[in-house]
Design a protein around this ligand. Sequence first.
Ligand code: EPU
Length: 438
Amino acid sequence: MKEDTPYLEIEGGFELSGEVRVSGAKNAVLPVLAATLLVPGIYRLARVPRLLDLYTMLELLEYLGASFRWEEDLLVVDTQRVEGWEAPYALVSRMRGSILVLGALTARFGRARVAKPGGCPIGPRPVDLHTRGLALMGARVEDQNEIWVEAPQGLRGAEIVLDFPSVTATENLLMAAVRARGRSRIVNAAREPEVEFLGRFLEAMGAKIRGLGTGVLEIEGGRELTPPSEPVTIIPDRIETGTYLMLAGLCGGEITVAGTEPQYLEAPLLKLREAGLEVEWEADRVYARATGPLRPLKVVTAPYPGFPTDLQAQIMVLLTQAHGISRITENLFKERFRHVPELQRMGADIEQEGGIAFVRGPTPLRAAEVKAHDLRAGASLVLAALAAEGVSRVYGLEHLDRGYEALEEKLRALGARIRRRREESFAAGRPSWAARGG
Ligand code: EPU
């Protein structure tokens, strides 16, 4: 059997300059798609990024009975015939975000079953905050190999305090609360822009929510909900924005990111300035360029508005070029450092102890064959390969493709030499004498 392993071939060491337009945010479209399960109807979404994770979510919706079609750039989702309430392992194991259907299915059908995914490349991903919140809303919960939630009488409003402002737990509980009877309060809610956007989407469906964008959400449940009358446009991807901005420091040119919302990127933008990049922004665009040597940083990942964990791997690459020792503390996913050994193979001087990495720079990066073990690690390896002189190969594209739309095209427009290739596996490509057993 012929087996192909795709990889990116990247010839690095060239200056990159120009403008890149960001796509809609992966982590905004996923919860909104889950929210289409709340009430049967036809939903129209604009600026939907065509990503592997998007298609996995659409597959899950189809499995539950929904259908979808593209009307040019508009994604039209029809949930009128949804009857399913179970998310199978095959889909959940491909994408953790599948957990987002838990709240909406429970709210709509009074029950839900979501398989529990196995290990995750960025460390443990418990869902106790999701299930405890639903239990407080009156559901019976079993959390073993799969998550069973039952609320035959429907959910009722509740006061819930989250031990940690989890993004998807807040989203699940928000979706559940808009259909629950009575008022709910979610205290220590996640404040990420994607959570706020889901709230706005629910408001466009008729929900009443106070405190969006703050840590306390108040929801008046049980109001009549209908699909938004107008198409809803997905907000720009702030992580994609931040990823491209790193290039200004790594490849020496001037990078403009267009179609973005800089107000949601303050922590990363200010950190880039602190590192010595010239960074300016206006309504919907950000400019960045390097004007001198980079300075080392202390970076601590934290829930929004802190520095996002989803940019930790990318800024680590940038800091390999800073003059001095940087310290990166990963607080959200303590094992999210699988890019470190790969970056070390490219010449980076990084020491990792538990959830902290020390990066000593500057070290010239050299081309190598490396493998992405998760999405953002993949982005960091692409950045490193673009900065390294010579030809690198980045494997593990099944991770990168989950979250970066048209990555190669966008980078090529900035002048990058990057191509997607396929490699025959050793077994498939072995010489004929080997096949004959000789
Ligand atoms: N946590 C718990 N119990 C829970 C839920 C979370 O202890 O029930 C802990 C986690 O173990 C972790 C921390 O809370 O230490 C933060 O996790 P959070 O729940 O906020 O993350 P998430 O909702 O699972 C979303 C994004 C991630 C992003 C994180 C943090 C989506 C679909 N995923 O995940 O995105 O890293 O928030 O901002 O929105 C990515 O895009 O690459 C990605 C991983």
